[in-house]
Design a binder for this molecule. Structure first.
Ligand code: MLT
Length: 392
């Protein structure tokens, strides 16, 4: 062929982190069909959807089977019933949102990557280590990227530095992969910095429901955030929707640059390139935020945090340094024995048949670290802990 292609794709790693891990694990499983592999790599939930959610989805399915209650295309920004439920969820943290600031989508991953459509050639600031979609989606657009190192000395929470200039800053709290969470005063510093420099904060709150301490669940709890931040969130981890797909993005009315409203731009983008989330799924998501549904979400989160506690106790007993597992479903540990991240990945897979995620896959500052997820079943997590206790 002779067409022009987006050559920035040449700058990407050969495969997306979790695809690469999947490929290596499949290769090992094919070669060792007798081994029981425990997967604590990708943060995929294992508990089923809760009863309030599935009841609401079954009812919605029945409505779709009847001409008088059938729904065709959904509104591109989501049904009002779900946006109202999301607005009530934010009101529970003291944040007031208007319905036209909330955009329902098929998940946080796509929204985070698609937000690059709104942006020109800015300097992009990305924490290192962090969820790889921020980096890959910007490499695909050929953006200039500056990494913000996250390490033990700054508690894995980068703060504005004196040489940072106007740009787009990705923040993730509670953090994937380190589990670190920004305090109110730290986020206030970010918001003040962004307003002073005319920067945009892209705040990923996908793990907010796992917060148990006194930390902000939303950037919009911070004064001034409505003029400098977009927030992305998801039902995947909160309500077990990884395979059901539903998320949302909040774009405040007050975000304006170069005479253009980012809220209007996002609506324009979504209505052109996206046809909404299915009625059945949105009814399920609405049910997840009902009092009964949210209680079920918290019960599942507490089950996963019970897994986190078991992993943390083991690491403490082994004297292995770690963070996370308190306000996030991830445990971020120092690879024992001076191994690098991928060496430790191979060791765990080959010797203990446990899959985790190599820290280096989240950025170069993640080298020498490793992430375990608490999203496994209790049985598999306990079995993994037993293997680690005996052989690590
Ligand atoms: C992760 O393991 O980091 C997440 O599950 C990936 C995702 O949410 O896309």
């Amino acid at each position: 062929m002779k067409i022009e292609v987006n050559t920035h794709y040449k700058d990407l790693q050969e495969s997306y982190l979790f695809s690469e891990i999947g490929r290596r694990v499949r290769a090992y499983a094919d070669a060792h069909p007798d081994k029981k592999i425990i997967r604590l790599g990708i943060g995929d939930v294992t508990l089923p959807l809760s009863a309030p959610v599935t009841r609401a989805m079954q009812k919605a399915c029945a409505e779709q089977a009847d001409a008088s209650s059938f729904h065709g295309y959904a509104p591109e920004n989501g049904y009002a019933f779900l946006r109202e439920a999301i607005a009530r969820h934010y009101a529970s943290f003291g944040v007031t949102l208007s319905l036209d600031e909330i955009f329902v989508s098929d998940g946080a991953k796509s929204d985070i990557a698609n937000l690059t459509d709104l942006l020109g050639d800015n300097r992009i600031y990305i924490p290192d280590p962090v969820y790889p979609v921020y980096l890959d989606s910007n490499i695909m657009c050929g953006r200039r990227i500056t990494f913000m190192p996250a390490h033990e000395e700054n508690g894995f929470l980068p703060m504005p530095a004196s040489d940072y200039t106007t740009g787009v800053f990705y923040l993730c709290s509670p953090n994937n992969p380190t589990g670190a969470v920004y305090s109110r005063s730290q986020l206030k510093e970010w918001v003040d910095f962004a307003n002073r420099t005319g920067s945009l904060l892209l705040f990923d709150a996908a793990y907010e429901a796992f917060i148990s301490g006194d930390y902000p669940h939303s950037i919009f709890e911070i004064d001034g955030a409505r003029t400098c931040a977009i927030e992305i969130c998801s039902f995947s981890k909160t309500a077990g929707f990884t395979g059901t797909r539903c998320g949302y993005t909040v774009v405040p009315d007050l975000l304006v640059s170069d005479g253009l409203s980012l809220n209007h731009m996002w609506y324009r983008r979504q209505s052109t390139k996206f046809n909404g989330v299915s009625y059945v799924v949105q009814r399920g998501a609405e049910a997840a935020l009902s009092p009964e549904g949210f209680a079920a979400c918290l019960e599942n989160i507490s089950y996963y945090m019970g897994n986190a506690r078991r992993i943390k106790e083991l690491l403490l007993a082994k004297g292995i340094r770690f963070t996370g597992g308190d306000n996030a479903p991830y445990i971020w540990l120092r690879c024992p024995g001076g191994r690098n991240s991928w060496e430790f990945f191979d060791y765990l897979l080959e010797e203990l048949q446990i899959v985790g995620t190599p820290g280096a896959g989240f950025g170069s500052c993640g080298e020498g670290y490793f992430r375990l997820t608490a999203f496994g079943s209790r049985e598999n997590t306990e079995e993994a802990v037993r293997r680690l206790r005996e052989k690590l």
